[in-house]
Design a protein around this ligand. Structure first.
Ligand code: TXA
Ligand code: MG
Length: 346
């Protein structure tokens, strides 16, 4: 791939207009641009332009079998990208009403307008309306839906800041819009709805995220597909090894299972730095990073997760040991990302 110059443009207050118009101009010309969302930074392309979408796959080195999420900037755009079958329309509308704009992605039958490359040939399309004002303004200015996966190389840690995008895609894309740190920190929850006639619909969670099982339960019976790891997984974000640092990341059933090798350097990714969790005093750690120092708040842990993983990855360690967090609410999404980062490394 020929190297191109990657510019970063701030979208803070007075720079916002310029950022929106420059990003929009590039997208309208069939280029790709990294844009912040409330979850992680996305690598955006005009969803109706197959050539532009192909550039996203190339820049990320993403296999063609892994479909992209299509972002709409208003509900009016929904019929352009997806069909709304009668049997699930009420629950889809309720979910959209409750969680959009926000970190929920809904898998629906795709409209003919969406090119096959976007959905990897699937008859369905994953749709969401991002909570990021910058992202939605760009979508509105473009007047078309935006296809955007996370702005990292395939299988790597999702970026939650412009500098993290730079580390992933420098020389591969023309522009990064800098909207500061992402407020959620982990990717959107992905759901698929199954109607059951008179009974409450089933809400299949294909990827755990900021909208939790507890949040979704009001709208149907929630089924978590925690470890969907087949050859053709329904959400390749569910592939066994994903979100992975270059440094091996280790997780253990119990702290005592950790058997350090002499002379090797280990870092600890701790939840809140609590010795009672059994990890802090286990070893002379080279470095200890906490996800939510002191109090242990899952919201803060999610926001910091990919930042801390990236930081530990840059310390020249032989391995990172990750302490588990409690698997309730947002903790489900955090543990999902940690386990996937650890797969194949134990
Ligand atoms: O928060 C997010 O969702 C971010 C921001 C940028 O919006 N995007 C994101 O995209 O995480 P990506 O491509 O990294 O993850 C999207 C996941 C992939 O695992 C993909 O397989 C799944 O969505 N997906 C896309 N279309 C699908 C479909 N039709 N059926 C099932 N899964 C689908
Ligand atoms: Mg991704």
């Amino acid at each position: 791939m020929p190297e191109i110059e990657t510019r970063i443009l701030s979208a803070e207050e007075e720079d916002m207009k310029t950022a929106v118009s420059q990003a929009t101009a590039l997208l309208a010309a069939g280029e790709i641009v990294a844009v912040p969302t409330e979850t992680v930074y996305g690598l955006a392309a005009d969803a109706f332009n197959a050539d532009a979408v192909a550039k996203v796959f190339a820049a990320k080195e993403r296999p063609a079998f892994d479909p992209l999420i299509v972002h709409i900037s208003s509900l009016k755009e929904l019929p352009e990208v997806a069909e709304l079958p009668e049997d699930i329309a009420p629950v889809v509308k309720s979910l959209a009403g409750a969680f959009w704009p926000g970190p929920l992605t809904i898998v629906l039958p795709k409209s003919a307008k969406v090119p096959d490359i976007v959905t990897s040939g699937l008859p369905t399309v994953a749709v969401r309306q991002s909570g990021s004002v910058i992202f939605r303004q760009i979508g509105k200015a473009l007047g078309r839906p935006i296809a955007a996966p996370s702005a990292n190389r395939f299988g790597r840690i999702s970026p939650t800041s412009a500098s993290a995008v730079m580390k992933e895609l420098d020389g591969r894309i023309p522009l990064i819009i800098d909207g500061g740190a992402c407020s959620e920190g982990v990717e959107s929850t992905i759901v698929k709805i199954e109607s059951r006639g008179e009974q409450r619909p089933l809400i299949h969670v294909l990827r755990a995220g900021p909208v939790t099982k507890e949040d979704l339960q009001k709208f149907g019976k929630v089924v978590i597909q925690k470890r969907l790891v087949s050859e053709h997984p329904e959400a390749p974000g569910q592939l066994a090894s994903h979100y992975a640092p270059l440094t091996p990341l280790l997780m253990f059933e119990k702290p005592e299972d950790f058997k350090p090798e002499p002379g090797k350097k280990y870092g600890l990714l701790s939840y809140r730095g609590d010795p009672k969790a059994g990890y802090i005093d286990l070893h002379e750690w080279e470095v200890v990073e906490e996800l939510s120092p002191g109090s242990g708040k899952l919201i803060e842990a999610a926001v910091r997760l990919f930042y801390v993983m990236r930081h530990l990855d840059e310390q020249g360690l032989d391995a990172i040991v990750a302490e588990p967090v409690s698997e309730t609410g947002l903790g489900v999404a955090i543990m999902d990302r940690l386990r996937r980062a650890a797969v194949g490394r134990e």
